[in-house]
Write a protein that binds this ligand. Structure first.
Ligand SMILES: C[S@@+](CC[C@H](N)C(=O)[O-])C[C@H]1O[C@@H](n2cnc3c(N)ncnc32)[C@H](O)[C@@H]1O
Length: 204
């Protein structure tokens, strides 16, 4: 049975029901930012505090992670974050208007190291092409991973994604992004001397 989550930061949405009215929910017309796979929420509270001009939607299909994220958001006093326990593709398709996001963040989405797991990784060239349709002109796309081959693969296919411009030129990726919070999950790898691969693109 699911542990109930009664946080005011949690937004219930189910497939087949109308999309949330974002402006009314946040109480302003600020632009939306989306974190896919927010984990336990330590990244989103830092990022949302740095960007009060944006309304953050933090999603994850992991219930305990959503509960922890909500607790962090509630404790922070931030009013520009809402958390949803949803699957990314289903939610985006139904609830995010095209060209409405100012930022998409995906940090370490697939924690499975085995070769046979690579096929089911979330971030592919096709998924990024799909996501780019939800970005406004000038919006940011961030991807981070602790897996070398995942980082190199994404860094490579991003160079030929139509309409997206590399913000790290002449590099395709970096191991340190200024002003980009580090999650506890990422910190664990960094402390072991394993670099994080960051990719940063912007919609033309
Ligand atoms: C390894 S954790 C990293 C969490 C966080 N981004 C961080 O850096 O601390 C990956 C998270 O992504 C979530 N996730 C992966 N694919 C997802 C999807 N398609 N929809 C929603 N959440 C997803 C998982 O449930 C998990 O909580």
């Amino acid at each position: 049975m699911l542990i109930p989550n009664t946080s005011p930061s949690l937004l219930h949405w189910e497939e087949g029901t109308p999309a949330p009215l974002w402006g009314a929910l946040f109480g302003n017309a600020n632009s939306l930012a989306l974190e896919i796979g927010c984990g336990v929420g330590d990244f989103i509270v830092q990022m949302a505090a740095m960007h009060p001009e944006l309304n953050f939607i933090a999603i994850d299909f992991y219930n305990k992670g959503c509960i922890k994220t909500c607790k962090r958001v509630d404790k922070s006093g931030l009013n520009n974050v809402r958390v949803l326990r949803v699957e990314a593709r289903t939610f985006i398709e139904a609830c995010i208007p095209s060209e409405s996001l100012s930022m998409i963040i995906i940090n370490c989405p697939d924690p499975w190291p085995k070769l046979r797991h690579r096929k089911r990784r979330l971030v592919s060239s096709e998924f990024v092409a799909y996501l780019s349709g939800f970005l406004k002109s000038g919006a940011d796309f961030f991807f981070a991973t602790d897996f070398v081959d995942y980082g190199l693969d994404v860094a490579e296919f991003m160079t030929v994604q139509p309409g997206l411009v590399n913000q790290l030129l002449p590099d395709k990726y970096t191991h340190a992004l200024p002003d980009y919070p580090v999650s506890k999950y990422m910190r664990r790898f960094m402390d072991l001397g394993q670099p994080i691969y960051y990719v940063h693109y912007r919609r033309r």
